[in-house]
Design a protein around this ligand. Structure first.
Ligand code: IPD
Ligand code: CA
Ligand code: CA
Ligand code: CA
Length: 273
C-alpha cells in the first residue's frame, strides 16, 4: 500500500507543481471573475484551468480513481466519498486573495482511501511554500520536516479562523461570538483567507489551532493529513471525529487545546452537501 501511495503522490506532486505556474502568472491579482453562491463566493478561469489540469493528468495516470473537485461540484458534479481512492481537489484555495493579489492562496490536493486522507499537498507557488505529507511518513515544508507547537492552553494559543464565503446572518452571529471569546481568552486571533494555508500554519507550528464552520472537503482534505502527520489533531469542532463532508473542522497542535477550544466555541451546523 505505501508503495502505491508513493506512486500516486509523486504523480500528483508533478502535476501540482506545473499547475502552480498558472497561479504565478497572476501573482499581482486577477481582475476577471464570476460569482457563485454569493457576492463573495467567486471563481476565475484559473480556478477552472488548474482543476482541469489536475483531474485530466490524474485520471490519465489512474483511470479508476474518483474525484471531488470544487469547481466540478459547483457545476453540478457529485460530491461523493466512497472507499475508492479519491482525489479531493481545491484548485485555488483563497480565490478572493488570488483575485486581489494577496499572496495567501494555494493548490490543495488530498488523496483519500477508505475515506481516510492518506496523502496531501498544499502548494503556494507565489511564496514558494510546498507542504506535503504521506500517511506514516511525517509532514514537510519544502522537503524539511515540520511539527506542530506544544501549546495545550487556549490562554497561550494563537488561533486562526475564517468568516467564509457566506453572509448568512446566523453564521455571522456565531462567528462574531466566537471571535469575541477568542479575543478575550486566547493569545491572539488571525484570519488569512485560506483554509488550507491556515492548516499548513498549524502543521508548521506557526499557529496553534484553526477552526471553521462552512468549509468543504476540498478545503481541508490535504490539511487533515498534513496536520496529523505533523503531530496535531483534526476533529469536529464539537469534539467528535472529523467528518470530511460535515462542513466543519477544528485542528489543533495538541488534543488538550482541541478539547478546550471545542468547549469554548459556540457551535454552528451548516447544511451538508
Ligand atoms: C475558501 C477559503 C476561505 C474559507 C472558505 C473557503 P476558496 O476557499 O478557504 O478561507 O473561509 O470557507 O471556501 O473558495 O477560496 O477555495
Ligand atoms: Ca471557492
Ligand atoms: Ca477552498
Ligand atoms: Ca477554491
Amino acid at each position: 500500500m505505501s508503495d502505491q501511495i508513493d506512486e500516486y503522490f509523486d504523480a500528483a506532486l508533478d502535476l501540482v507543481k506545473s499547475a502552480g505556474n498558472l497561479i504565478i502568472e497572476f501573482r499581482n491579482g486577477c481582475k476577471a471573475y464570476e460569482q457563485k453562491s454569493s457576492d463573495i463566493d467567486l471563481v476565475t478561469e484559473v480556478d477552472k484551468n488548474v482543476e482541469k489540469t489536475l483531474m485530466d493528468g490524474l485520471s490519465k495516470n489512474f483511470p479508476t480513481h474518483k474525484f471531488i473537485g470544487e469547481e466540478t461540484v459547483s457545476e453540478g458534479g457529485q460530491c461523493v466519498l466512497s472507499d475508492d481512492p479519491t482525489w479531493i481537489i481545491d484548485p485555488v484555495d483563497g480565490t478572493l486573495n488570488f483575485i486581489h493579489g494577496y499572496p495567501q492562496s494555494c493548490i490543495s490536493v488530498g488523496l483519500a482511501i477508505n475515506k481516510e486522507c492518506v496523502a496531501g499537498i498544499i502548494y503556494n507557488p507565489v511564496l514558494n511554500l510546498l507542504f506535503t505529507a504521506k500517511k506514516g511518513n511525517g509532514a514537510f515544508l519544502n522537503n524539511k520536516p515540520i511539527h506542530v507547537s506544544q501549546t495545550k492552553e487556549l490562554s497561550k494559543a494563537l488561533i486562526s479562523f475564517e468568516a467564509g464565503t457566506s453572509r448568512d446572518p446566523e453564521r455571522l452571529r456565531v462567528m462574531f461570538e466566537n471571535f469575541r471569546t477568542l479575543v478575550e481568552k486566547g493569545h491572539g486571533v488571525r484570519t488569512i483567507g485560506s483554509a488550507a494555508m491556515n492548516m499548513a500554519n498549524v502543521a508548521l507550528g506557526g499557529s496553534d489551532a484553526y477552526f471553521e464552520f462552512g468549509i468543504h472537503a476540498w478545503d481541508i482534505a490535504a490539511g487533515d493529513i498534513i496536520v496529523r502527520e505533523a503531530g496535531g489533531v483534526c476533529i469536529d469542532p464539537a469534539g467528535g471525529p472529523l467528518d470530511l463532508l460535515s462542513r466543519r473542522v477544528l485542528c489543533a497542535a495538541t488534543a488538550e487545546l482541541a478539547q478546550e477550544l471545542s468547549k469554548s466555541l459556540q457551535q454552528y451546523y451548516p447544511e451538508r452537501d
